[in-house]
Design a protein around this ligand. Structure first.
Ligand code: NZQ
Ligand code: ZN
Length: 389
C-alpha cells in the first residue's frame, strides 16, 4: 500500500425532503448567494420553487445564473465570476447534476483570482482562496458533490480539462433520492456507468496489498449494477436510487483510491470524445472502457481475473485465465448494452477521421512533449488510437 494523506470536508445531508431546508443549512455561512442551475428540469420538478421558498424563509438574498449545459462551458463560468464580483457574492449554491456543480466550482475558483480562471485547468496550480460551494444534487453520476474536481469545456479551444484540489470540495451537499425520480432512463444509465468507471479507474492497479480498498471497490460496483438494473424497470424506486446515489459519492470522494496507484486513461480518452462531439460523459465511458480492458489486461492479468470472478461472477474454474478475463469483460459490456448504453464509438456517432486527432489530444502530443496516460499501463497516442479503433 502506498502512503496517503486524506481528508474530505464535504458534509453529506441525505434523505427525503432535505432540499426544503437548504436556506437553514446555508444561513450560518452566507446571507447572499449565487443560485446556479442548468435548464428547465428543476423548474418542471418543482425543486426550483422549493429552493426559492427556503432561501426566502431565511432572508437569504440570491442572484440567479441558469443555463449550464451538459459539458459545462467556460463562457458561462466567466459570466458567473462577473456576477459574483458585481454583487459582492461569496457563496455559491449549485442545484443540478455534475455540469452545474463543476461550473460552480470553477466560478468559486475564479472570483478571488486576479488572472484567467482557465489557468487553473491548464497548469493545475494550487489555488490560494476559493469561495464556498454548497450543492443540491439532481443526478447521481459524477460524484462532484463531494469530489475535489471540476471539469470544464473551453468551447473556443475545443478543450475539456479537469482541475483538482481539496479546496474545491463542496462545503455540504444535499442528496434526496426522490429528486432523481424525474431523470430520463438514459441519464440513469450514463450515471451508473460513470460511477462504475470512477471505481474501476482506481481498482485496476499494480499496487500490492490493497485488500481493504479492493473489497470496497468490488462491493460498491456490485451494488451499482444490482440497483441500476432495478431502476431500469422502475425509475421511481426510492431504495434503489438511495443505493446508487450513495455509491456514486463513495465512488469518487477519494476513499476507494487510497494507497493505490490509479489509472484514469478511460476518463482522459472519454474527455476527448465529449470535447469534440459533446456526447454524454457516461455514454462515452461505456464505449471506451471494455476496449481499454481488452487492450491492457495482460499487464496485470491477476487484477482482471479478480474483477472477473469477484465482480462479474465468472466461475474461478473457467477454462484458463485469459478466457475468464475476457468473459468478465464481455459480461461488463453486456451489462452496459442492457442499460441501453453505447459500446462502440460508431454507436456514439464518432467518426473514424477524428480518432487520430483525439488520440493526440488525449496524450498532449499536439501540444508539446507527449504525456502518456494511464497508471496501470502507459498509453501513447498510437495505443489510444488502437483503443478508439
Ligand atoms: O439542465 P437540466 O434541465 O437540469 O437537465 C439536465 C441535463 O440536461 C438533466 N437533469 C439533471 N438532473 C435532472 C435532469 N433531468 C431530469 N431530472 C433531473 N433530476 O440531465 C442532463 C445532464 O446533466 P449533467 O449535469 O451534464 O450530467 P452529469 O451529472 O452526468 O455531469 C456530467 C459532467 O460532469 C463531468 C463530466 O465530464 C461532464 O462534463 N465530470 C465531473 C467530475 C467531477 N467533477 O468530479 C468527474 C466525472 O468524471 C466527470 O468528468
Ligand atoms: Zn467520470
Amino acid at each position: 500500500m502506498l502512503n496517503f494523506d486524506y481528508q474530505n470536508r464535504t458534509r453529506i445531508i441525505f434523505g427525503k425532503d432535505k432540499q426544503k431546508e437548504i436556506g437553514a443549512f446555508i444561513k450560518p455561512y452566507a446571507n447572499k448567494v449565487l443560485f446556479h442551475y442548468g435548464g428547465q428540469s428543476i423548474k418542471k420538478s418543482g425543486l426550483y420553487q422549493e429552493v426559492v421558498d427556503s432561501l426566502n424563509r431565511e432572508n437569504i438574498e440570491f442572484v440567479e445564473l441558469p443555463g449550464v449545459q451538459p459539458n459545462p462551458r467556460l463562457s458561462l463560468v466567466y459570466e458567473g465570476i462577473r456576477l459574483c464580483r458585481e454583487n459582492g457574492i461569496e457563496f455559491i449554491l449549485a442545484v443540478g447534476g455534475g455540469s452545474v456543480l463543476d461550473s460552480s466550482k470553477a466560478i468559486a475558483l475564479g472570483v478571488p483570482y486576479d488572472g484567467d480562471v482557465w489557468d487553473y485547468y491548464l497548469t493545475r496550480k494550487e489555488a490560494d482562496k476559493v469561495l464556498d460551494v454548497a450543492t443540491i444534487l439532481t443526478l447521481p453520476a459524477t460524484g462532484s458533490e463531494s469530489s475535489d474536481s471540476s471539469v470544464i469545456t473551453n468551447e473556443e479551444a475545443q478543450l475539456k480539462l479537469g482541475y483538482g484540489s481539496d479546496k474545491i470540495r463542496p462545503l455540504f451537499s444535499v442528496m434526496n433520492p426522490e429528486l432523481f425520480f424525474t431523470l430520463p432512463k438514459h441519464q440513469m444509465a450514463n450515471g451508473a456507468c460513470d460511477m462504475m468507471s470512477h471505481i474501476m479507474e482506481r481498482y485496476f492497479t499494480n499496487t500490492l496489498h490493497t485488500d481493504v480498498t479492493d473489497g470496497l471497490c468490488e462491493s460498491t460496483l456490485k451494488a451499482i449494477m444490482k440497483n441500476a438494473l432495478i431502476l431500469k424497470d422502475d425509475m421511481q424506486n426510492y431504495d434503489a436510487w438511495a443505493e446508487v446515489s450513495f455509491a456514486g459519492s463513495i465512488a469518487h470522494n477519494g476513499l476507494l483510491g487510497l494507497g493505490r496507484m490509479q489509472d484514469w486513461a478511460c476518463h482522459k480518452m472519454e474527455h476527448e470524445l465529449s470535447a469534440i462531439y459533446d456526447v454524454a460523459h457516461g455514454a462515452g465511458l461505456a464505449a471506451v472502457t471494455p476496449s481499454w480492458m481488452r487492450s491492457v489486461y495482460q499487464e496485470n492479468i491477476g487484477m482482471f481475473l479478480q474483477f472477473a470472478v469477484n465482480v462479474m461472477g465468472v466461475e474461478a474454474s473457467f477454462r484458463d485465465p485469459d478466457a475468464a478475463v475476457l468473459e468478465g469483460i464481455r459480461r461488463l459490456e453486456q451489462f452496459f448494452a442492457d442499460l441501453g448504453l453505447p459500446v462502440t464509438l460508431t454507436e456514439l456517432g464518432i467518426e473514424e477521421k477524428d480518432y487520430e486527432r483525439m488520440a493526440k489530444k488525449a496524450t498532449w502530443f499536439d501540444r508539446g512533449p507527449e504525456r502518456p496516460i494511464g497508471g496501470l499501463k502507459k498509453l501513447y497516442w498510437q495505443d489510444v488510437l488502437q483503443i478508439y479503433k
